[in-house]
Unconditional design. Sequence first.
Length: 458
Amino acid sequence: MDNQQYRPNLLDVPISYFEYDLQRNTFATIPSQRTTLRRMATTRYYQAPTEAIRAEPDKAKQDEMKKHLSAFTPVALLRHRKKDTTFDEKILQQWPVMMGDVDQKDNPGVDMAELKKHLMRLPFILVCAYSVRCGLWFIVRLPDDQTPETLAAHFRYLHKLFSEKLGIKLDPTKGGNPTHLRFVSFDDQPYINENAKAMMGTYTPPPPKPSQTRYSPDSTQDDSQLLHRLVRFTELAGEGERHSRLLKAAKLAGGFVAAGRLDEQTVIYALETVVSEWPMFSKSQKTIRDGLRYGMATPIYPDAKYEAVNYPQTRPLDAGKVTATAKPPICTLAASSNFLPIETIGVAPIKVDELIDCEPVPASSKQRLVNTITKPEPDSLTVNVSTLDEWAATSGSVLKPDESQIERLAVEPSDSYPAAWDEPSPPDAVPTIKQTNFFEWQRNYPPFNQLGLVSLKP
């Protein structure tokens, strides 16, 4: 007997939906209702607010407008999102999927429409659609029986895969945690793969090689000890000083990264390993990235006076908690006016797990690829056409008919109506319209009772 036909479709399993609390200036901790991935990817309910945000040039106003949007958790069905609680207390059911997010600010010059075509050819992509600010969000199918720890390992693999093979930087703050939120958005042509295959790859950074050299404040020229010192400094944080110590360590690491003395991703993995044992892990992740961003503005070179700061002596470093890897080669999605098969950039449609072992894309291939993903020059912008034939014959054109081709419907007001409408009803007449309050209507309309306003639009 084939049990596969009774397995739930991951596009239709329940996930949590959260409203934004304008009074507290944050999302609610209790989900307001349940929804599904299919509904969130295909609904047109959020078309108007999404297009208004995309049309707004001021980023500050965009941020303010986004506060009126709701969000959902693509990976899990949650009980709540309260702080200082464990995953077991928050998660009612974690599904074998993972979220990825590509922001335009992290990938300048990348044509998201062309990138979407590439992602649609990957066998493990379950959903792919445009985000609120015209980036991309997508859902990856994973093996069954996922936990927060295995999800983090899959996310590190996906991050490494996109960075090394596609030259695309994923948002590191969205996807590695099953409680992460995803803003609702609108895409008139979302990609949905009912038969997505599971992405099996995971990645755990190797521990650093043990070193017998003991650090002293005078050994200022030994860059190999920088990460060890930052990790030790963070581990010493006690109650009440964790945030300040973590921010200071992240800022210092940012200065070392800017000077080319440390690898950014290695620093993130190392510090996240330390703070994973602290409460409010997501807040600590944000602190790490904020500190790195601030620190990168002021590089710290070997002759900087900062090297003379004395760190307190600590217990020996646990080699299993520090991750150190060489900086991976970056292969960019670049080049050629003609769309090339995905094998050209090193991503095979089926043998995705072998990508990490592939050789980087040759420089000649990169040079042949640039116009596929990069945005077009102003001379090749979208062409407006007025007929369907021209629209079908011209790739990338926009259909805008002339005013003479548009037939407008004119409706004249009328005050005449049948005289019988003014006649009084018979004494025994039964009203055809029954007055119903909102709560009674809500109980009699199950879709709204379960999904709220989302159920009123296709």
